[in-house]
Design a protein around this ligand. Structure first.
Ligand code: SF4
Ligand code: MSK
Length: 644
């Protein structure tokens, strides 16, 4: 297959061609070997929950052995997938909470609480006394409350109070205000075992509840605590794509999701002693870069370069330039073990819950994290001499990362009057039509990065501000879309005026998978600021994930739907189409209940049109689509937006 049909990323195309020449396998080849994939699985109509099965629903056999119909089976599979996604994000959040508490207690000496302003805000929000108390004491209490959110036996998620009040009322009315994360995940598994919940609407309502426990619970806490621990991101420059690898330096890739290890590796790579060691083996320095969401975490906070997204993970090793790849949890392909064997690359697992056969495991503990990170860097240095042939594609783009809720607020209004007001005003006056989150993975079934970047271009052209996270933000970065200079050329006139006045790109890098919660907080703030309705469901906003891979993407999609937003997925990766009733509910009827809904569209241009139609309908309903004389920004407008 032509590499161009596999990826829109030029560096990836080069590496795919080189791997084919060398007879090496990657995810695209393994997909070919799997074809045709199981139609039952794709439609969500296969059940293997009990030992009377597995059962597959066909025209001939319309019921499982237990009598379960297609609606029950599809809804149960969907609920289980959402719950699995929630568990991944939230277990990430729990790990962060544990390191946070250990840091505050002084038991994790290598970590420091970096954003104490945010710590105070969080303490106030969670009801922690701050007067006359040390930062560490405050942080211990904040950490304990956060940790309890995962497993408390009573009460609902505290972060859910950040949602607009009418939204909270809707959740209460339908009985889906999320309780402890563990409880919602456990109940999801219970409800979906054989012979329990058999009403597809009831099952799908719980899919909302468990997803909300993630979006307004586990994942939101992960982001908040990481910000206090590692620093709230503010805009800074970085570079994206495989061209960031350095031929004459020791290259280390950090891959996965949790910044607990990667923060320490980044710190160790600056260590003078280790730099000296690197020079001794003939390298000019130590170059740390990331793949997947770990990369996003590091770009957001430190401007550390990104080597690629999900489908790049095997390709970067095939450059022959990687001395060591340290992985933690989530989105780490087992295929890495085979490609690493073809090169000198040392693959190391670091999370006790995510080991790989035949791969060295070096456990990261919060008490000795920097020491372990230094050991890993030293391993990489020692491995430099074992390099064979190296080929690094040149492609890379400069990008701006670091758009947290706080930094967007600051960019818009300045330090002393930080506010979303200018954004609301520009949505109301129509310069910006709406806001769309373009998020999620890269899937070998779809040319890598193509839908994310095409959709993003189509949206900004039509004056829609795009916020991106996960592998989609890396896709946009690779094509220069998160670089203000390049992207502003592609933006519509209204969006461009606003972005130029504020000094931002029309596509904002907002972080990793868990950082989708930054978008939820931003939606709440748009409502709170006023002029755009009383609830998230009234906002001219949407989300899109056209290349999704992970169950986490379904969890994210479901918490956006349950928060009142439209979410668009590609048709071929939405595993509910085998049930007309479940599809109708998720694509349409759920809107009457919760204000948001799913939609499927695989063509990114058509998806943009669908989203625009939705945005304009929301604008009409808000009464902000009145014809107005177009007015270009004058000095007064610019002064009003100027950053302090
Ligand atoms: Fe088959 Fe029912 Fe068992 Fe599922 S739960 S495998 S449909 S018998
Ligand atoms: S890493 S979940 S492939 S975005 Fe977060 Fe990328 Fe999707 Fe993994």
């Amino acid at each position: 297959m032509d590499p161009k049909e596999r990826s829109a990323d030029k560096a990836a195309q080069e590496m795919i061609a080189r791997m084919a020449e060398a007879g090496q396998q990657n995810a695209w080849d393994r997909l070919q070997a799997q074809l045709p994939q199981c139609g039952f699985g794709k439609q969500g109509v296969c059940c293997r929950i009990c030992a009377m099965g597995p059962c597959r629903i066909t025209k001939k056999a319309t019921l499982g052995v237990c009598g379960a119909d297609v609606d029950t089976i599809v809804a149960r599979n969907f609920l289980r997938a959402v719950a699995a996604g929630v568990s991944a994000h939230s277990d990430h959040g729990r790990t962060v909470a544990e390191v946070f508490i250990a840091t505050a207690r002084g038991e994790a000496g290598d970590y420091k609480l970096k954003d104490t302003v945010k710590l105070h805000k969080l303490a106030k929000e969670l009801g922690v006394e701050t007067k006359d108390r040390s930062l560490n004491d405050i942080a211990v209490d904040v950490g304990k409350i956060a940790l309890a959110e995962f497993g408390k036996s009573e009460g609902t998620q505290l972060m859910a109070r950040r949602a607009p009040e009418p939204r909270q009322e809707i959740w209460d009315r339908f009985g889906i205000t999320p309780r402890a994360v563990d409880r919602e995940v456990t109940e999801s598994l219970h409800r979906s075992t054989m012979g329990v919940d058999q009403d597809y609407r009831n099952i799908l309502m719980h899919a909302s509840r468990v997803a909300l426990a993630d979006g307004w619970g586990g994942a939101m806490l992960a982001t908040e605590l990481q910000d206090v621990l590692f620093g709230t991101p503010y805009p800074g420059r970085g570079e994206v794509n495989m061209g960031v690898l350095k031929k004459d330096q020791v290259n280390i890739i950090v891959h996965g999701h949790e910044p607990i290890l990667s923060e320490m590796i980044a710190a160790a790579s600056q260590d003078n002693e280790l730099l000296h060691e690197a020079k001794k083996v003939g390298a000019k320095g130590i170059n740390v870069s990331g793949t997947c969401c770990t990369a996003n975490e590091l770009l957001m906070r430190h401007g550390i370069p990104i080597a690629g997204n999900f489908l790049n993970q095997e390709l970067v090793i095939a450059t022959g330039a990687i001395e060591l790849m340290a992985v933690d949890v989530q989105c780490v392909m087992q295929g890495l073990t085979n490609i690493a064997k073809c090169y000198h690359t040392k693959l190391v697992t670091t999370a006790d819950k995510a080991k790989m056969p035949g791969v060295e495991h070096i456990s990261i503990e919060e008490t000795t994290a920097l020491k372990t990170a230094r050991e890993l860097v030293k391993m990489a240095i020692d491995n430099y001499k074992n390099r064979g042939q190296v080929y690094i594609p040149k492609d890379k783009k400069s990008a701006v990362g670091g758009f947290s809720f706080e930094s967007i607020n600051y960019m818009l209004g300045g330090r002393y009057r930080a506010s979303f007001r200018p954004l609301n005003d520009n949505i109301i006056n129509g310069r910006i039509r709406g806001i769309v989150g373009v998020v999620g993975c890269t899937n070998p079934k779809i040319p890598q990065d193509w839908t994310h970047t095409t959709l993003t271009r189509e949206l900004i052209k039509r004056d829609v501000l795009v916020l991106t996270t996960g592998c989609a933000t890396i896709a946009c970065g690779k094509q220069g879309l998160t670089n203000p200079k390049e992207a502003l050329e592609l933006a519509g006139p209204g969006l461009r005026e606003v972005c130029e006045a504020v000094g931002i790109a029309p596509v904002l890098t907002c972080g990793s998978c868990v950082d989708n919660t930054r978008l939820l907080v931003s939606c709440s703030e748009l409502v709170r600021e006023g002029g755009l309705g009383q609830d998230i469901s009234e906002l001219p906003v949407a989300g899109a994930c056209l290349e999704s891979v992970s169950e986490k993407a379904l969890a994210i999609g479901q918490y956006f739907v349950a928060s009142g937003a439209l979410v668009v997925f590609a048709k071929e990766i939405m595993p509910v189409l085998g049930s007309e009733n479940v599809s109708n509910y998720l694509f349409d009827e759920v809107e009457k209940d919760l204000g948001g809904h799913w939609a499927v569209e695989s063509d990114p241009v058509k998806a943009a049109e669908m989203i625009l139609e939705h945005i304009e309908a929301k604008r009409d309903a808000l009464g902000i689509n009145r014809e107005k004389e177009r007015k270009l920004y004058d000095m007064e407008d610019r002064r009003a937006l100027a950053v302090e």
